[in-house]
Design a protein around this ligand. Structure first.
Ligand SMILES: Nc1ncnc2c1ncn2[C@@H]1O[C@H](COP(=O)(O)OP(=O)(O)OP(=O)(O)O)[C@@H](O)[C@H]1O
Length: 233
């Protein structure tokens, strides 16, 4: 059984008189340990797909099974608990809380888990170590560079030891050099810590670091290289 399974998942939105269907009977399997990238022109539904896999939004029809749990069947409160334990989210802009230190920002998701204070501390320290920023634990976001802030955002996404980490344009706000450092980090997290990653990107070079590349094309997922939209950025 794959770690993440989408079975005939559809999602539509009303826009005035029009109905748009960013996801039309999408079926997808992501194996544990895979690093999958998802490309596609603006507005095609990439973030919609991430939001469904993360349980932030619900499909109109179809099933989404993550590590054996059909998350489309969970109540709102169960879904919140499920998300805290199973899902990490890396944003385009890091979304760190400015009045908390790097350590406290990374610690936040662990407060939703039943952990002893010692376990919590160990997890935060491990996550900071994994992103190479143990020495910045007591710094506030304003005292960090853009790349360091994104690293802290990544530490926060992995601190709860989630089954899946989704990343929405994780390098989208970074300069070329910093973007390359974040790409190396994501690849290392996948290869060395076996973190399963689903990453949306507009950048073909960034997509290449994944072990599998897909494109969202008119409501359907297609392997990269098999769509006429390939040249659209
Ligand atoms: N909550 C919503 N209500 C109405 N329409 C929505 C909603 N969320 C998304 N949409 C629409 O669904 C379509 C897909 O949006 P989505 O944000 O998933 O695209 P995207 O591929 O991630 O775009 P981008 O690359 O620009 O981030 C868009 O037309 C968007 O306007």
């Amino acid at each position: 059984m794959a770690l993440v399974e989408l079975h005939n998942v559809s999602k539509s939105f009303r826009k005035g008189d029009e109905t748009i269907t960013p996801l039309d009977q999408v079926t997808l399997e992501i194996e544990a340990g895979e690093f999958l990238s998802l490309m596609g022109p603006s507005g095609t539904g990439k973030s919609t797909l991430l939001n469904l896999v993360s349980g932030i939004d619900r499909p109109d029809s179809g099933k989404i099974i993550v590590a054996g749990t059909d998350i489309t069947q969970l109540s709102r409160s169960k879904l919140a608990d499920w998300r805290a334990a199973n899902l990490g989210y890396i944003f385009q802009t890091h979304n760190l809380i400015p009045v908390l230190t790097a350590y406290e920002n990374v610690e936040l998701p662990t407060l939703l888990l039943k952990l002893s204070s010692r376990e919590r501390q160990e997890r935060v320290n491990l996550a900071l170590e994994a992103v190479g920023l143990s020495d910045r634990a007591n710094h506030y976001p304003r005292q960090l560079s853009g790349g360091q802030e994104q690293r802290i955002g990544i530490a926060r996404a992995i601190v709860a030891h989630p089954k899946v980490v989704v990343a929405d344009e994780p390098t989208g706000s970074l300069d070329v050099e910093t973007s390359e450092q974040i790409q190396v980090l994501l690849k290392r997290l996948n290869e060395e810590l076996d973190i399963t990653l689903l990453m949306v990107t507009h950048d073909r070079d960034v997509a290449q670091i994944a072990t599998r590349q897909l494109l969202l094309d008119r409501g359907k997922l297609v392997p990269s290289g098999e769509s006429e939209l390939e040249n659209v950025r």
